[in-house]
Design a protein. Structure first.
Length: 128
């Protein structure tokens, strides 16, 4: 398979996991290489990731750093699609092509995060 890390699919919302599998089949068809490096995240894990690269003041003020200064996410726990099984992160040789393919078939992405793929308008599923 051209994409590794598919064990991350097990924690995803089943319709999203199916859609990601569809994306992976397309990636395989185009011989794209990459790996899923993140899927579902607990609130505790999201809190730890959000704190990376931030001062306590930046955490309290929820300052967006867009991946600078060692930060890895701008989403505090509860505001990330990962917390609901509605996002994956993909890295690897063909990361940009995989994200371009994901956008082309309807997935959402985050402009500053080159790894992030999410269910489009995922907040609507949660009534937000």
């Amino acid at each position: 398979m051209a994409i590794s890390g598919t064990w991350y699919l097990s924690g995803l919302w089943p319709p999203f996991a199916g859609a990601v599998q569809y994306l992976l089949q397309y990636a395989q068809y185009y011989q794209l290489e990459g790996r899923i490096v993140s899927g579902y995240r607990s609130f505790a894990e999201q809190t730890q990731l959000y704190a990376q690269g931030r001062t306590l003041d930046q955490i309290n003020r929820q300052v967006a750093l867009h991946g600078t200064g060692g930060s890895v996410t701008d989403a505090p726990a509860g505001s990330s699609a990962h917390n609901y099984g509605l996002a994956v992160d993909v890295e690897g040789r063909d990361q940009a092509s995989i994200l371009q393919l994901a956008r082309a078939i309807g997935f959402g992405t985050v402009s500053w995060d080159p790894a992030h793929i999410e269910w489009p308008n995922w907040q609507g599923l949660l009534g937000r």
